[in-house]
Design a protein around this ligand. Structure first.
Ligand code: NAP
Length: 420
């Protein structure tokens, strides 16, 4: 592959696919990893994450060969466009990458670059591990009970972008089809109307639920909960539930049991070698996040439910500055923090880089570098526990010392080296 304006590092090797079917990777000791620092505070949190991840790789006998690629404002400077082919091609070729936030100006005439990247690379699962870090202020009484990993489907649902604007010829055509051909005219009020379509496919559902189950098995989790509103939207969200259970039975029948079987056959005592697959209705699940937090583990859900639910859960553990994420495809991972580019703080060396650093931790896990990933997690926890923190945490805790982004990252690096 040749690149127009970016250099492939001369040192390091490419991560390759070891097994087409499972998406398992062959990861060298010095992989080449593309990185997009991102817009706004991306210029602060990007370099901070880079140095922590490098330290963790080195402390576990490896190294990372970074390949800087561009999207958003930095790409407009370099290439005159928001999302150059170089960037998409590099992530496609090198398989595992990390990015900071990208700005999507309201009404600026281009779609979200984040959405575009996920679509172009078919990164169909948005993954958000959500757990509380000791010392982080939270609005709930027992934030430590939260330890969930959300798998949100990224390509379907009302987010698929199949919609027509009120007043256009297209929407009138769709309305006519619905009223005439499909006989549902009595459900559509007169006057201007906007119409969107909610596609949920067996293919999209099964590959998402497969990722969630694989993750749960690999990380010794107790359950996967399918969250849906199938009582109302029977043929979309109800189908998601049914296809999810079907996949669990067809492909993981020997290692999974349903909640009914847990009670009927095991008296509620979960056997160590079985993963429970259960389901919950979305509105109930939003309550249970708060009231029965400890009973849930890995969550698999569709795009819109996942959007609401993962943000609500994120708030329970202390909010945006610390919430990490990643997007998984088949044998591909693009890690990214949940937060945006917070333009008002851009370049001030002020914001919290934890979300970007912990997104890097997910990336290390994806590489199979569990020791390095654990080191990052522990070093972040140790640093926050010492109350030497960035402004966002400092303003919510008693005492402690306020650090700049770069100083906070240096403390984490010190702790990585100390804990190694
Ligand atoms: P935002 O950038 O996430 O910022 C909202 C607020 O969250 C900030 O003002 C700040 O709160 C807090 N915050 C965010 N990141 C933080 C960090 N690292 N450390 C400490 N506090 C942090 O949301 P937004 O202002 O709605 O969006 C700005 C731009 O980002 C938009 O263009 C949006 O489209 C884009 N965006 C991108 C992504 C992505 O790239 N994945 C995701 C979401 C949004 P205080 O002011 O209270 O300190």
């Amino acid at each position: 592959m040749s690149y127009d304006k970016v250099e492939v590092p001369s040192e390091g090797e490419k991560i390759t696919l070891a097994d087409e079917e499972t998406g398992k990777l062959d990861v060298p000791e010095q992989p080449i990893i593309p990185i997009i620092h991102g817009d706004g505070i991306g210029t602060d949190v990007g370099p901070a994450a880079q140095k922590v991840l490098e330290a963790a790789a080195e402390a576990t006998g490896r190294s990372i060969s970074w390949m800087r690629v561009y999207a958003g404002a930095s790409a407009r400077d370099e290439y005159g466009e928001n999302l150059p082919d170089d960037t998409v091609d590099a992530i496609r070729e090198f398989r595992v990458a990390i990015k900071g936030p990208l700005t999507t100006p309201v009404g600026a005439g281009f779609r979200s670059l984040n959405v575009a990247l996920r679509q172009k690379l078919d990164l169909y699962a948005n993954v958000r591990p959500t757990y509380h870090i000791d010392g982080v202020p939270s609005p709930v009484k027992n934030p430590e009970a939260m330890d969930m990993v959300f798998f949100r489907e990224n390509t379907e649902d009302v987010y698929a972008g199949i919609e027509w604007e009120a007043g256009t010829g297209e929407v009138e055509e769709v309305k006519e089809f619905l009223a005439g051909e499909m006989g549902v005219g009595d459900k559509l009020h007169d006057g201007p109307i906007g119409i969107g379509v909610k596609p949920i496919t067996e293919f999209g559902t099964k590959r998402l639920v497969r990722q969630a189950i694989e993750y749960a098995l690999e990380n010794d989790r107790d359950s996967v909960t399918l969250v849906h509103k199938g009582n109302i939207m029977k043929f979309t969200e109800g189908a998601f539930r049914d296809w999810g259970y079907e996949l669990a039975e067809e492909e993981y029948g020997d290692v999974t049991i349903t909640e009914d079987a847990l009670w009927d056959e095991y008296d509620g005592e979960q056997p160590a070698d079985k993963l429970v697959v259960k389901d919950r209705i979305a509105d109930n699940m939003l309550q249970q996040l708060l009231t029965r937090t400890g009973q849930y583990d890995v969550i698999a859900t569709m795009n819109l439910n996942g959007d609401y639910m993962s943000d609500a859960a994120g708030a329970q553990i202390g909010g945006l500055g610390i919430a990490p994420g990643a997007n998984f495809g088949d044998g591909r991972c693009l890690a990214e923090p949940v937060h945006g580019s917070a333009p008002k703080y851009a370049g001030e060396d002020k914001v919290n880089p934890t979300a970007m650093i912990l997104s890097g931790r997910i990336m290390l896990e994806y590489l199979g570098w569990k020791d390095a990933a654990t080191l990052v997690r522990d070093a972040v926890e140790e640093t926050i526990a010492s109350k030497e923190v960035t402004y966002d945490l400092h303003r919510q805790i008693d005492g402690g010392e306020k650090l700049a982004t770069s100083e906070f990252a240096d403390k984490i690096v010190e702790n990585v080296e100390k804990l190694a």
